[in-house]
Design a protein around this ligand. Structure first.
Ligand SMILES: C[S@@+](CC[C@H](N)C(=O)[O-])C[C@H]1O[C@@H](n2cnc3c(N)ncnc32)[C@H](O)[C@@H]1O
Length: 257
């Protein structure tokens, strides 16, 4: 391709990207970001290590890829971005399944499409893998990984402990997990250290659980994680200003069950 044709196709890709409806706000070029529903850009530096040079990293439930691209920007040697390629594999609550499948079909929503668009524009080397958290095993990510991010995914899983156990199985010894998950501020006010979660599956489209912070800690411990450190509590900027509060907790593998 000639230089001008290349520049033309880059400009076309950028124009196409800016016309889409995004979940994530992602910087694509200086001063140009995707018009995302959620903007985590100010939060990332507060919760991620500044330097991941040489590390093998994994973002589980990547969606448009925000966390995966942030891991790459911090120098990770290889970044995997796992998500589903089929809506059939989601844990949608049974009463919602048929309706949500119809809505997805009507919206012509193709999993990974926006990730690939951002990937191309950024010249990224992140490797997207079509893999459920429940199917993670070292063979899917080229052996053990050093750093894993799970963002806003555990609440959508019917069995979050099973998902976390699979994440445990792909972390190398000494590896770290960061969860950045919505939590219930109300249930976190309970004075004693009681692990609680609100069951939301009958009243929302996709959410199973809204735990309190202690509850999230218990989910991690049940799956063999320990040395928990709270990194931040924040409410990400969203288009409608209605996003939930999130907590970022870092943990290490302390047991393999
Ligand atoms: C609310 S979005 C969160 C996106 C991103 N991780 C973040 O923190 O902003 C949830 C993502 O998890 C994905 N997901 C749902 N079930 C999954 C599963 N079983 N395994 C892997 N990803 C899943 C969805 O497809 C979607 O991309």
């Amino acid at each position: 391709m000639t230089g001008s044709a290349e520049t033309g196709s880059e400009a076309a890709a950028l124009a196409e990207a800016l016309g889409r409806d995004w979940y994530h706000t992602i910087d694509l070029a200086p001063g140009t970001a995707t018009p995302g529903y959620v903007d985590l850009r100010a939060n990332a530096p507060k919760v991620l290590p500044a330097d991941l040079s040489g590390k093998r990293a994994l973002d589980v439930g990547t969606f448009d890829g925000f966390w995966a691209f942030e891991l790459e920007r911090r120098g990770a040697a290889h970044v995997y971005a796992a998500d589903l390629d089929s809506h059939d594999e989601t844990d949608w609550p049974p009463p919602n399944r048929a309706r949500l499948a119809r809505e997805m079909e009507a919206a012509n929503a193709v999993p990974g499409e926006r990730f690939h668009l951002a990937h191309r524009i950024l010249g990224s080397r992140v490797e997207r893998i079509a893999c459920s958290i429940y199917d993670l095993e070292p063979g899917r990510v080229g052996g053990g990984v050093d750093y894993v991010v799970i963002g806003a995914l555990l609440l959508h899983l019917r069995d979050p402990v099973k998902g976390l156990e699979r994440v445990n199985s792909v972390l190398a010894d000494g590896g770290r997990l960061l969860i950045v998950e919505p939590f219930s501020p109300f249930l976190s006010l309970i004075p004693r250290r009681v692990a609680l979660a609100r069951l939301r599956a009958l009243e929302t489209n996709y959410t199973w659980w809204l735990p309190n912070i202690v509850g999230l800690g218990h989910l991690l411990r049940l799956a063999g994680f320990g040395e928990l450190q709270r990194r931040a509590i924040f409410r990400p900027r969203t288009r409608d200003g209605r996003g939930p509060w999130h907590v970022a907790i870092e943990a290490r593998v302390t047991a393999r069950y």
